[in-house]
Design a protein around this ligand. Structure first.
Ligand code: ATP
Ligand code: MG
Length: 179
């Protein structure tokens, strides 16, 4: 019962976030961010959950990188992507946060089951979950990626995914034009 109330509360929070984003009533406050420090902080928030599933998270950024964006909204985007890598990734698996300097792209990759090409566009739709996720005990409303994409739009960033079934999934945030 308490779990069910939590689930509904969480979904209402997500719907409210989406409504605010659609309203254009989300303020942004861009600042310079040291990407490595920022991701190290984010990773420390995930330590306990990573241990729970015996997962590793590595940060693969060769040299210092500065980005200019809203830290709170970027955290919300990355938390959604990491939460998926954590939930759908395999137990004992690896999550990699990496920066591709030439393209100014930040990616969140996992070595989980992957997403078949025929579902790639739909995972960004509201309430869309793959059959595996629906039938499993992994909780979720299917709203995280639609929120992440809206947040990315607000920040002027592209968000797309690359995946191979059986190998893993990468979500790529594109800072090429912004930040
Ligand atoms: P919520 O994020 O609202 O808690 P959710 O995780 O099911 O629920 P989304 O984050 O929008 O919703 O993801 C939609 C669906 O895409 C998921 O249910 C899952 O089927 C699939 N998916 C998302 N990320 C991954 C991933 N990294 N690996 C495999 N499948 C994924
Ligand atoms: Mg999710």
């Amino acid at each position: 019962m308490i779990q069910e109330v939590d689930r509904i509360q969480n979904m209402l929070d997500q719907l409210l976030q989406l409504a605010r984003l659609e309203n254009g009533s989300v303020a942004t406050n861009a600042r310079d961010i040291d990407l490595v420090l920022f991701l190290q902080d984010l990773r420390s928030d995930w330590t306990a959950r990573l241990e729970e599933r015996q997962m590793q998270m590595s940060i693969d950024i060769p040299s210092a990188v500065q980005i200019h964006t809203d830290a709170t909204l970027l955290t919300l985007i990355l938390d959604n992507l990491i939460s998926n890598a954590w939930k759908y990734g395999r137990e004992g698996g690896k999550i990699v946060l990496s920066w591709h300097a030439a393209y100014r792209q930040l990616s969140v990759s996992d070595d989980g089951p992957g997403i078949h090409a025929s579902h790639m566009a739909q995972v960004f739709d509201r309430f869309y979950r793959l059959d595996d996720s629906r039938s499993s005990s992994v909780p979720g409303a299917g709203l995280g990626l639609s929120i992440a994409r809206k947040l990315a739009e607000v920040l002027g960033l592209g968000l797309r995914l690359v995946s191979r079934e059986g190998e893993g999934t990468s979500f790529i945030l594109d800072f090429h034009d912004k930040g």
